[in-house]
Design a protein around this ligand. Structure first.
Ligand SMILES: NC(=O)c1ccc[n+]([C@@H]2O[C@H](COP(=O)([O-])OP(=O)(O)OC[C@H]3O[C@@H](n4cnc5c(N)ncnc54)[C@H](OP(=O)(O)O)[C@@H]3O)[C@@H](O)[C@H]2O)c1
Length: 335
């Protein structure tokens, strides 16, 4: 990281397929001066998320897309280096929307950031993963919408990733059978041997449908959907009467821009309760969720892993790991 300038990725063009470096201008600005009620934050870790791809496009989405010429939107954690606000003190560690840049301004309004506890029981990147937004996504999506009961079968796709790895472990904490769908033998071994899932389905093998059937002999009560497409269709075909399906993401379609198609008849015939959600729907309960996640992490009940890439300059290439399966657990950039 440089100390005398603020390097920023500004969106130049919207991607038509994969995210390319050429979709951004990498510029150097002077470090901003915090005004009254503002603080200057040095970004330490940046969260890379599938939603970065959505924000770069002009598809239908839950927030306005990033405008051409604007700093790429993204979450991160940082440290307050200068403050004119009673809310932030120098040395405070904060999390929020930092953007893809070395420094950002936090204020007391729309650009407010959360001040992290001084005595954090976990390393900083975990605050972007298991104890941060992706952990909260897993927690609320599964518990509030999936409503798993002990003995039920919970299936999650992208199971070795940031959200999926936490979903399967919470399902185990709640006494369920946890089945994860992931790409390749290493990820499948990881979720069973390291994270305690009951079974893994390697969707990169030709027999993945048979694996799914063998792993879910009593059908599926909760499908935590992260991927969409063929995988979603195959899982839905095995869902039980009055089962639940929190629809968290459909990553298989983000780079194509094509509408997601599929056979939705099981929703009717099996009366599946399908509900799309965005983690911010549960904002009022974030503190409660974060506390529970942190407690499970400290107790060793919730394991986490991060894939850490060095250097802000590598963000536009590294973000494609999410689409190529190059990450295990939460993907972050260390600045
Ligand atoms: N609703 C919300 O508020 C919210 C919040 C956060 C995330 N999400 C969604 O949750 C999902 C997971 O996000 P994450 O941040 O935890 O990412 P992640 O799972 O850590 O990384 C994405 C993973 O998806 C898998 N994948 C990519 N393309 C695929 C394809 N075509 N078919 C099957 N698997 C594919 C890859 O694993 P493999 O190696 O196994 O293929 C990759 O590692 C995404 O759909 C994301 O949009 C939603």
């Amino acid at each position: 990281m440089k100390n005398d300038v603020n390097r920023q990725f500004r969106l130049k063009t919207r991607p038509t397929g994969r995210i390319e470096k050429s979709n951004f201008d990498f510029v150097e600005e002077s470090i901003p001066e915090p005004g009254p009620g503002e603080a200057l934050v040095r970004v330490l870790y940046l969260s890379l998320d599938p939603t970065n791809r959505i924000r770069m496009s002009d598809m239908d989405q839950y927030m306005p897309p990033v405008g051409i010429g604007e700093v790429m939107r993204g979450g991160g954690v940082g440290i307050v280096v200068k403050s004119n606000s009673a809310r932030y003190k120098e040395g405070d560690r904060v999390s929020g929307l930092t953007g893809w840049q070395d420094f950002c301004i936090a204020d007391e309004g729309l650009r407010a950031m959360s001040v992290l506890p001084k005595d954090l029981p976990v390393e900083l990147p975990v605050m972007l993963g298991a104890c941060g937004m992706t952990g909260l996504t897993a927690y609320f999506g599964l518990l509030e919408l999936g409503r798993p009961k002990a003995g039920e079968t919970v299936v999650v796709s992208a199971a070795a990733g940031a959200v999926g790895s936490i979903v399967g472990q919470i399902a185990k904490i709640k006494g369920c059978r946890a089945v994860g769908i992931a790409g390749g033998p290493d990820k499948c071994r990881h979720i069973v041997e390291d994270l305690g899932f009951d079974a893994a389905v390697d969707y990169k093998r030709a027999d993945w449908r048979e694996q799914l059937a063998a792993a879910t002999p009593d059908g599926i009560d909760v499908n935590f959907e992260n991927v969409g497409g063929e995988i979603m269709e195959a899982v839905m075909a095995r869902m039980n009467l009055f089962s639940r399906m929190p629809l968290c993401g459909m990553i298989s379609g983000y780079n194509t821009g094509e509408p997601m198609r599929g056979d939705f008849s099981p929703i009717l015939m099996r009366r599946i309760e399908l509900r799309g959600f965005i983690v911010i729907d549960f904002m009022e309960k974030f503190a409660e969720g974060a506390m529970q996640l942190a407690q499970w992490v400290v107790e060793g009940k919730l394991k986490h892993r991060e894939t850490i890439v060095d250097g802000l300059e590598n963000a536009p290439v590294a973000v494609n790991k999410l689409f190529d399966g190059g990450n295990i657990g939460k993907l972050v950039v260390k600045l």
